[in-house]
Write a protein that binds this ligand. Structure first.
Ligand code: XCC
Ligand code: SF4
Length: 645
């Protein structure tokens, strides 16, 4: 294994990697060394979708061979990329569907532990969906909203309702290109069909279908997830909490919630806070119950309840190695099978809860919405019972504070005030150059690059160059651990103009916007910037960009694809999965620019990545005619006068 110090920029992670070595426990950081990868896989040129294969095309001589069926390099690479989009879109969307089902049960009174927590959001979403409001009972409205959302999954034709929220010129582009998403499930199934043996063999045609499927995720499945979670569990507002393995407590029962769907974790939060559970914990000698999160579940319960984050995806095994975790409760997505092996050597229970996701070495306590709290209590009790079995504990004394819980609703409110919610000050800040641009930095960790390091370097440099940064997923957690989600820390690298805006509205220059399905919030925020005026007529004209510097999941590809198809220039790091085909890569990196007005890009080096993002942002500023720095105050007044006319 490489020198431990080279593996992560996170102190707590390094300490636990040393611990792993002492305990002779293997983690993803070791296994990545055993998995050297193969040239075909990396090029995207290995096909095994039928039993005549596997077929592999040599990336150095792509012209010289074909699959048994005759498939070319271009076809194979495009198909593999498309299947990543399908995998990612299906994950987000299946999550969205579960939330819609829960909302329906709650509205019918069949899931008594859930209720409508955010009525304002419900009415807003109802209005967008054309659901009648009048003086109807709130549960009737919620039921119809839930049913309309659930119907989007099986919708066969027409246009997805939430995609109607996009700016008009964007929708026109989708219509003209024939990629306006119809139904969520339909797009995924159709693309799976098209990429099976002997169907779509035109790489351009496949890559257009990728856009449609990804849009069905961003403006469909993910958006259903985010919107209905806000209705059921409350739209987040900014709050302070803590992040990193130091949030685990030596004298309390530690329960980690890990995975993605807050339907379960919301109930665990509730159960752990009940006096009867606290009493139970005291009876076994613990001072109380300490809840912490990992991955996107962490982001969900952080932004709504201030539950601290134990770590991001690459820290899941390390959290267990502290010896202080009584139970790790998981549902779906990004749960490493490696945690089962580690837990089997410890007192820790891995508790799987979804009928969709079981694993060896785990205990399965199946979650059902109709008696959610009872099950959550059973899970918390199981954790409590483990506390007396604890062995030696080693918790790194490393944690950082952060502020999280930003989103479109809050930006609108904090900028405009309660009675005149508005994006005007944000757009003005962009126009007058105090904010150079807005950049979404999202995605996972990947042990093929130094953990957290790329995220932190990219974000620091973006702030230093005057960009407002919005973050989700494990990327957000990396940067929070480095202290950058505290205004006082970020201030030191923040240029004067950007800082003035942050100070005036009371935000750090890096905004934690939630989990990966919450990337749909960024689509909404971009659309709101367009509607506010002064920055062009479409998302593609905004001085904005997206990036995923340490990505690993298929979900990240689906997200990147829907951002590009929505008009956002998007750069990914680590490795790029279509390098085997110049045609496919050119189509995504160049031709998409003609079609969707912005493109994909790839750049593993953090400094170069920021360079590309800044030159993109500057080119957009140039096109908008806002490149030159002007006298701020005068410009502001002139702008306002112009707008009032
Ligand atoms: Fe998973 Fe969502 Fe990636 Fe983190 S960022 S590794 S997808 S938890 Ni979504
Ligand atoms: Fe080989 Fe074609 Fe089958 Fe793929 S679909 S495994 S290229 S024969």
């Amino acid at each position: 294994m490489a020198e431990i110090e080279e593996l992560s920029a996170c102190e707590a992670t390094l300490e636990m990697l040393r611990q792993a070595k002492e305990l002779e426990q293997e983690t993803a950081f070791d296994r990545v060394e055993q998995q050297k990868g193969c040239a075909f896989g990396e090029a995207g040129s290995c096909c095994r979708i039928c039993n005549m294969g596997p077929c592999r095309i040599n990336p150095k001589k792509p012209e010289e061979s074909r699959g048994v069926c005759g498939a070319t390099m271009d076809t194979i690479v495009a198909r593999n990329f498309a299947r990543m989009v399908c995998g990612g879109a299906s994950a987000h969307s299946d999550h969205g569907r579960a939330v819609a089902e829960t909302l329906i049960l709650a509205a019918k009174g069949e899931a008594k532990d859930y209720e409508i927590k955010d009525r304002i959001k419900l009415l807003e979403v109802a209005a967008d969906l054309g659901v009648e409001i009048g003086d109807r009972d709130i549960n009737d409205i919620a039921l119809e909203v839930g049913e309309r959302c659930l119907a989007m999954f099986g919708q066969q034709e027409g246009e997805l309702a939430f995609a109607q929220r996009a700016p008009e010129p964007r929708k026109e582009i989708w219509r003209q290109l024939g990629v306006f998403p119809r139904g969520i499930d339909r797009e995924v199934v159709e693309l799976m069909h098209r990429t099976s043996i002997g169907v779509d063999q035109d790489y351009e045609n496949i890559l257009m279908a990728c856009a449609r499927t990804a849009l069905a995720d961003g403006w469909g499945g993910s958006m259903v997830g985010t919107e209905l979670q806000d209705i059921l569990f409350q739209t987040p507002v900014p709050l302070e909490s803590k992040v990193n393995l130091g949030v685990l407590k030596e004298d309390e029962v530690n329960i980690i919630v890990h995975g993605h769907e807050p339907i379960l974790s919301e109930m665990i939060v509730l159960a752990a806070s009940l006096p009867e559970m606290q009493e139970k914990a005291k009876a076994v000698g613990a001072k109380g119950i300490n809840l912490a999160g990992i991955c996107c579940t962490a982001n969900e319960v952080l932004t709504r309840h201030g539950v601290p984050i134990a770590g991001n995806v690459l820290q899941q095994e390390l959290a267990l190695l502290t010896g202080a975790v009584e139970a790790m409760v998981v549902d779906v997505q990004c749960v490493y099978q490696g945690i089962g092996q580690i837990a089997s050597c410890l007192h820790t229970d891995i508790i799987t809860t979804s009928p969709k996701a079981k694993m060896p070495y785990a205990r399965h306590i199946e979650f059902h919405e109709d008696h959610a709290l009872d099950i959550a209590k059973e899970i918390v009790s199981a954790a409590i019972e483990n506390f007396p079995k604890r062995g030696k504990v080693r918790i790194p004394d490393v944690q950082e504070s952060l502020i999280a819980g930003f989103n479109h609703e809050y930006i609108n409110y904090m900028l405009g005030g309660r009675f005149r919610a508005s994006y005007r000050p944000l757009n003005d800040g962009v126009i007058d150059g105090r904010i150079r641009g807005v950049v979404g930095v999202v995605g996972c960790n990947n042990p093929r690059v130094k953990h957290d390091d790329i995220h932190v370097r990219v974000v620091k440099e973006l702030i230093a160059n005057g960009c407002l940064v919005v973050m989700t997923g494990c990327a957000a957690q990396s940067v929070a651990k480095a202290g950058l989600m505290l205004p006082e820390v970020a201030r030191e690298i923040c240029p004067q103009g950007l800082w003035e805006i942050c100070e005036a509205v009371g935000i750090p220059p890096v905004l934690h916007c939630g989990s990966c399905v919450d990337n749909s919030r960024i689509l909404i925020a971009c659309t709101a910037m367009v509607h506010e005026g002064g920055l062009g007529d479409d998302i593609s004209e905004l001085p904005v960009a997206g990036c995923a510097p340490e990505w690993m999941s298929e979900k990240a590809i689906a997200i990147g694809e829907y951002f590009v198809a929505s008009g956002v220039y998007t750069v990914f790091g680590v490795k790029w999965p279509t390098m085997g085909s110049k045609n496919v890569t050119d189509f995504l990196f160049k031709k998409y620019g003609e079609l969707f007005k912005n493109t994909w890009d790839f750049e593993p080096d953090p400094e170069k990545m920021v360079g590309k993002i800044l030159s993109h942002i500057d080119s957009k500023r140039e096109a908008l005619g806002i490149m030159a720095k002007r006298e701020r105050v005068l410009f502001d007044m002139a702008m306002r006068r112009e707008l009032e006319i």
